[in-house]
Design a protein around this ligand. Structure first.
Ligand SMILES: CC(C)(COP(=O)(O)OP(=O)(O)OC[C@H]1O[C@@H](n2cnc3c(N)ncnc32)[C@H](O)[C@@H]1OP(=O)(O)O)[C@@H](O)C(=O)NCCC(=O)NCCS
Length: 188
């Protein structure tokens, strides 16, 4: 408690789990970070992921500096379409306020999320985003090619993954389903 008070007082950035009371700050981060044509869509997705209840739960993390939220990331469960069994997680969305970009906040959010998921041993971790950014964390196209996303991709090069431990091998690409918030073709 004393450590947290010191962080707040000194205004140092730290990562914590997000709660539903963070909704408006999270919406604002995505509205500011994404381009106008997609910011509303992504901001709504981020808020939906904050409220949706799944098993296992959705991991929502925020970066906080002083009393201000400057970044947000979500990881939600991914299931096999045929069997409904858990195959892993998908990262997204991720955003950092423009005023706080290029200071390592995005990196901290991704690495903290990956660490939490590795402790939970969730399986594959997928992402649909810019390979120039995500490749630095070990995301690879070859891994994601083993999974068929729920909707056709507008940017197939953005489909990447990191293999989990004890990955079950399947010969043919496996169709997957995502949580309700991601179940919208316009997001893919
Ligand atoms: C992408 C984003 C989350 C990175 O956050 P950040 O806190 O600035 O990231 P970091 O400080 O950890 O890393 C910054 C590095 O990432 C690079 N970077 C940022 N966005 C990038 C992108 N789309 N493609 C490639 N590199 C990118 C920066 O050039 C910088 O590179 P450098 O370390 O060589 O200088 C942030 O720029 C953002 O919110 N962008 C708009 C929303 C978005 O595109 N989100 C999804 C990511 S695909």
């Amino acid at each position: 408690m004393r450590y947290r008070l010191r962080q707040l007082f000194e205004g140092r950035m730290h990562i914590r789990k997000a709660g539903t009371s963070d909704e408006e700050s999270i919406r604002q981060i995505h509205l500011e970070a994404f381009e106008d044509d997609e910011s509303e869509l992504v901001a709504n997705l981020a808020c939906d992921l904050l409220k949706e209840r799944t098993s296992p739960g959705i991991v929502n993390l925020v970066a906080e500096e002083g009393m201000v939220l400057v970044g947000h990331i979500a990881f939600s469960p991914v299931l096999s379409k045929a069997e409904g069994s858990l195959v892993g997680c998908i990262l997204g969305p991720l955003a950092v306020k423009p005023s706080h970009q290029r200071k390592g906040v995005g990196k901290e959010l991704v690495e903290r999320g990956l660490k939490e998921l590795s402790l939970l041993n969730v399986g594959v971790i997928l992402v649909y985003g810019d390979p120039n950014y995500y490749s630095r964390f070990g995301f690879k196209r070859e891994v994601a090619e083993k999974y068929i996303p729920p909707f056709p991709l507008k940017h197939p090069f953005g489909w990447q993954g990191i293999d989990g431990f004890d990955e079950e091998s399947h010969r043919d690409p496996l169709p997957i389903v995502c949580v309700n918030a991601l179940n919208k073709p316009e997001l893919w």
